[in-house]
Design a protein around this ligand. Structure first.
Ligand code: MD3
Ligand code: FE
Length: 211
């Protein structure tokens, strides 16, 4: 379903087996070389979400190769199979030519977010990337309320969409710089078969435009 121009929600895109594999991969990535952690914001605030990055390390508000705000280690590489999954996601959302990106989509970073029940993410824009290429979002575990807003303000108008385990969401075109957030995790909604007892995992793939 196209929620807004360039913003396409594909429910139940990931088969259960793929979700399970991704949960296992995330467990490995969470161990290191840079451990999954609560990001500390410049003003001293601590995000309730825990994050680990691949390819490039996101720290507010820039991308680096090493995690200077965690343990100084170089972040793990983004595996080719995950970039391939990103290209398949564009085809699923936009059709055969991936809205013109097709094989040309080359995500070079993944942000893996883990939400315990009660964790949330405030309304924000993702502006650190030097690229207008789409963002691919994969959800696993508990469902959440995802708030999709507008490019001009953090407030209304916005649309609330429930994202469930296995759902794909692609944000490209006019939606790429829209405000968005996760006001709520809906506890107890995950199928235990995915391998998470509680909470929600979200993997986003992006092109940073950096080198
Ligand atoms: C819309 N993550 O990591 S994914 C983030 O579910 C982030 O963890 C949320 O926002 C999560 O920055 C939302 C969906 C998402 C990601 C990037 C976007 C939506 C987007 C960029 C532009 C517009
Ligand atoms: Fe975001």
């Amino acid at each position: 379903a196209e929620v807004a121009p360039g913003a396409v929600h594909v429910p139940e895109w990931l088969p259960m087996e793929r979700q399970r594999e991704l949960v296992e991969a995330c467990r490995e990535w969470a161990r290191g070389p840079v451990p999954m952690r609560h990001t500390v914001l410049p003003g001293g605030g601590v995000m309730s979400v825990r994050t680990v990055c691949l390819g490039w390390h996101w720290q507010p508000y820039r991308y680096t190769r090493t995690a200077g705000d965690v343990n100084g280690a170089r972040v793990a590489a983004l595996p080719d199979w995950l970039a391939d999954l990103g290209r398949a996601a564009l085809v699923a959302a936009y059709g055969d030519d991936g809205a013109g990106y097709d094989g040309g989509y080359a995500p070079d970073t993944a942000l893996v977010n883990f939400y315990e029940p009660g964790a949330r993410m405030g309304m924000h824009q993702d502006k650190e990337e030097r690229s207008g290429a789409p963002v691919v979002s994969l959800s696993i575990g508990d469902s959440c309320v995802f708030r999709f807003g507008n490019t001009e303000t953090r407030g209304r108008p916005y649309t609330d969409v429930e994202l469930a385990s296995g759902d794909l969401f692609v944000f490209g075109g006019a939606s790429r710089f829209a405000h968005h957030g996760v006001p709520k995790i809906i506890p107890g909604t995950a199928d235990p078969a995915v391998g998470l007892t509680s909470g929600r995992l979200n993997i986003t793939l992006r092109e940073t435009g950096l080198s």
